[in-house]
Design a protein around this ligand. Structure first.
Ligand code: FAD
Length: 487
């Protein structure tokens, strides 16, 4: 049978391995790290377990499809629950709101606590699902780089509705029209950060995201986010994929316009099909350095990055949920700092993810595992050592003010992940979380395709290529890619 070589075992690389086996390929995966999963890994320190990267799980059917495709019962490999509350939001003035999965309950809470008409919520979420229904078939499930995508009926219908789909407005402008209360504008603006963008610049089309969280749901894998990696890895192995860890690919070998193999640890390995799951920008700089560079695509602005403090906290805060947000008092200033000053803001929005709320064995008894994160600019050579120290102080002050505590005295374990280490651990260009940012209306068209137009037999999947970053889109990138190969 034909041989496929996959470079990288990120979530899309794992999905690609599974899908290519179903296409009849013999699959070998080469991974630079000693473990699979890339950004989706875990950290264990002194009785505390943390999911290292992604914390929010949406569109579980993308995962399940991979098991069903293999004739397996997904529940036997990977189980999850639907969250009754997607997130608990806190503000400095003492107000707090839960985004209940039950939309009417959420709308009522918003009306009672903030005086925002409940109908505004329902209306905004209907608009959000309208965008999803019109754009998902076009942008998420297909290649934008094949002629057929643009000549079908769905595409024509979508063109006619571009205005209604928010292409010509920004997320912030549209949210300001949708809601009366500034706190709700802020809450809905936050969805821009789900792909590392700026709500004051990103097109209102990204209001598609609340549809996923509210209308479909936010989920939590019963064994933690890392189980997404582990269960796909297990399935791929059972199907016969061969994994090579500590095996950094040094070059994709190209002969007469055709990818023919890879160089790993000075050894030539030949294959009929090469799939690159490494960040696209860094791939062109390193393993494709001898090939023609798609300069325009490489130069696109990158998404934001993150600064995370993994804190073992020796106390239980009953008011905290799995996902919590302590909002900045000035969201606009915060985003200006991230995207324009390329620095951090003294009053950052703090995200606290606590898996021990649902998975008690992730922390010792009477304790919580806090994944405490702020959005930060991607790495442009800032003085990170200084910024991290400052940010740590700002975060601690914010937590103390809102939760009325002295959090520093409760931290018994600490580990840090920041833009430089995100890049060194996963090869993500500038430590960006989601590849390119979506801060303009052309961004969707300026992601690299799932195939190379220059080099035959070379394909791409992962968060830095079409359709974009985040677990569901990464899984879809592997699907779009493998469907092309069938063609
Ligand atoms: P990556 O995870 O980028 O992995 C690429 C792999 O390729 C790595 O294992 C790397 O070692 C390997 N590699 C690179 N170069 C080579 C080489 N030369 N040879 C061999 N192997 C190589 N998404 C969500 O959906 N929800 C969230 O809540 C969320 N939060 C996030 C929070 C953080 C802190 C981070 C970092 C990301 C977050 N994301 C979230 C984004 C999500 O993690 C990514 O979009 C996704 O995991 C990327 O998967 P990928 O397939 O592109 O591969």
């Amino acid at each position: 049978s034909k041989k496929a070589i996959i470079i990288g075992s990120g979530i899309a690389g794992l999905a690609a391995a599974i899908r290519l086996i179903h296409k009849g390929f013999e699959v070998s995966v080469f991974e630079a790290n000693s473990y699979p999963g890339g950004k989706l890994s875990e950290i264990i320190i002194n009785g505390y377990r943390f999911d290292a990267g992604p914390s929010l799980f949406t569109l579980p059917e993308q995962m399940e499809e991979l098991f069903l495709l293999s004739g397996k019962d997904p529940k036997k490999y990977f189980d999850y629950i639907k969250l009754p509350v997607a997130c608990h939001y806190f503000w400095e003035d003492g107000k707090h709101i839960k985004t209940w999965a039950d939309i009417n309950k959420f709308a009522d809470e918003v009306e009672t606590k903030l005086g925002e008409p409940a109908e505004n919520i329902r209306k905004a979420l209907r608009k959000s699902s309208y965008i999803y229904d019109h754009l998902a078939p076009l942008f998420m499930h297909r290649s934008l780089h094949k002629f057929g995508t643009w000549t079908n009926k769905e595409a024509l219908k979508s063109y006619l509705k571009m205005g209604k789909l928010g292409i010509f407005s920004t997320m912030h402008k549209t949210n300001s029209r949708n809601f009366d209360h500034p706190k709700l504008v802020q809450l809905f603006n936050r969805y821009a950060t789900y792909n590392g963008s700026n709500p004051y610049e990103t097109p209102a089309t990204l209001n598609i995201i609340p549809h996923l969280e509210f209308n479909i749901g936010a989920f939590f894998p019963k064994k933690g986010m890392h189980d997404i990696t582990l269960s796909l890895y297990r399935l791929a192995q059972e199907l016969g994929a061969k994994f090579n860890f500590n095996s950094k690919v040094e070059e994709i070998l190209v002969e007469q316009g055709k990818a023919v193999g890879v160089m790993v640890n000075g050894q030539k390995i030949l294959g009929d099909l090469i799939v690159n799951n490494m960040d696209m920008v860094n791939a062109y700089k390193t393993i494709l350095r001898k090939q023609k560079q798609p300069t325009k695509l490489l130069d696109q602005p990158k998404s934001s990055s993150a600064l995370i403090f993994y804190w073992g906290i020796k106390k239980v805060f009953p008011e905290l949920d799995l996902h919590n947000i302590l909002f900045s008092d000035n969201y606009k200033e915060e985003f200006d700092h991230i995207f324009h000053h390329r620095s951090i803001y003294h009053d950052p929005t703090v995200y606290i993810n606590i898996t021990s709320v649902y998975k008690p064995d992730d922390a010792p008894k009477g304790c919580m595992n806090w994944f405490t994160m702020i959005n930060v600019p991607n790495n442009q050579g800032q003085n990170w050592d200084k910024l991290i120290l400052e940010a740590r102080r700002f975060i601690i002050q914010k937590v103390n003010r809102i939760l009325k505590t002295d959090i520093e005295s409760l931290i018994e374990v600490e580990e840090i992940l920041e833009p430089r280490t995100i890049e060194s651990k996963t090869s993500s260009a500038n430590g960006a979380l989601y590849g390119n940012s979506s801060n303009n209306k052309y961004a969707a068209f300026l992601r690299h395709a799932n195939f190379s137009s220059q080099i035959k037999n070379l394909y791409f999947c992962g968060g830095s290529v079409h359709p974009g970053g985040g677990i569901p889109l990464c899984l879809l990138s592997a699907k779009i890619m493998s469907e092309m190969i069938a063609e």
